[in-house]
Design a protein around this ligand. Sequence first.
Ligand code: 5GP
Length: 112
Amino acid sequence: MSIFEKIIARQIPARIVAETDEWIAFHDIQPQAPVHVLVVPKKVITRIGEAEDSDALLLGALLLGAKQVARSLGLLDSGFRVVLNHGRDGGETVPHLHVHVLGGRPLGWPPG
Ligand code: 5GP
């Protein structure tokens, strides 16, 4: 069971921002920006490269969840970034799909 499944099951605590039947959003434990929230599907998809065509609606719901989080935390005007990390070079560390929502400061581009 991944750390995110344990958060979904309330076996370990998290600072939850929002939740639906399909996903849960909570603050990252090691924030990389003043706002750093993860939007995590309750269905286990390991990473974006393993998503199926049948996950299309869920993937759309995650992006709309990111928008909802950004709006609720006041980022729509100032701006924010949505990130998915896949695999070693992408910097993935937790093998359970998650959308990072980052904001609250200017974010550099290109990313490191
Ligand atoms: P990745 O590197 O896989 O794209 O992102 C995983 C994220 O999960 C990291 O930003 C990391 O700080 C966060 N994370 C890892 N373990 C925990 C945890 O137990 N609780 C919370 N809230 N975030 C975690």
